[in-house]
Design a protein around this ligand. Sequence first.
Ligand code: ADP
Ligand code: MG
Length: 345
Amino acid sequence: MTDALRTEIASLGEFGLIDHLTRNNDTRQASTILSVGDDAAVIDHFGKQTVITTDLLLEGIHFDLAYTPIKHLGYKAVIVNISDIYAMNAIPTHITMSIGISNRFSVEALDEFYDGVYTACEKYNVDLVGGDTSSSQKGFVISVTAIGEVAPDQFVKRSGAKQGDLLCVSGDLGAAYVGLLFLEREKKIYLENPSIQPDLEGEAYVVGRLLKPEARKNIIEFLETQSITPTAMMDISDGLSSEILHICKQSNLGCILYEEKIPVAEETKNAAFKFELDPTACALSGGEDYELLFTIPQSDHDKIVLSEEISVIGYMTDAAEGAKIITKGNNTFPITAQGWDALKK
Ligand code: ADP
Ligand code: MG
């Protein structure tokens, strides 16, 4: 198959490709002393502390190009990394982007990918300052490193929660997981019968939450304006129950979680019912929500409720109490990484 608009990567070569992909790369941060084009970037953080995180995204494991627009993939690759920076109560400032690509991809496809990368950089005020480019045998490999800054000793770990602290979550949960189920279902139908067009009517919200997640910059800004420093914080990439267990374990505490307080969007509930799934199970065990889970002292309660985007879902208890969920029917179950035990019945 030949495509009139297809430029082979080989026609540019590695250095030509890097120049091409970074030709319009902007610098926004005063701390960016030296960006793409040398052996390394130079960043001056002016007395702040530096936070660094890295993530590897592999085709077939973390994403499926059959239903992921490549521009969205570029956007999401940036978002999932800067979400980890916000989860430290830090502000992302820089990323590096490394890619492994085969000749399956055209320069135009990579342009779209970088379009998504630059869109995220602009929206979150982050500079792309470097990366690496290599050939891969088949699949698309993406590795992003994100760097952020935080005022000295203001970073927030998973281990700082205290007994009695309120357990809070931003936004709503479970949507991305249900979105994935729809996309997987449509892919299967398409593979069995390519003449059938995907039917995602009405599922824009859940599908959008999977394909185009956002990082919770606004929540970190809200906490700052209210002078609330969470005692522990992390982002939700693996599902609420797994993340709650991380905070409990690392803070050496138990918790009480109220099912009725877990925020789930109407769209997610309706979509989950189509798969005969319990929406709470999707929130607990789904994943890829990129919301923030954090604990605050009870004395901050009146400030936290000022944000409509934050839900108080429970509180921290003594480790001996264990991590527990109280269901809408007023039953108590231990929280497990797969959800709670009642779900398995
Ligand atoms: P080196 O030989 O030191 O690895 P490269 O030729 O790979 O240098 O990279 C040259 C410059 O381009 C460096 O600043 C590097 O960070 C940057 N770079 C390489 N690949 C990418 C990419 N995919 N996206 C953004 N910047 C890149
Ligand atoms: Mg290199």
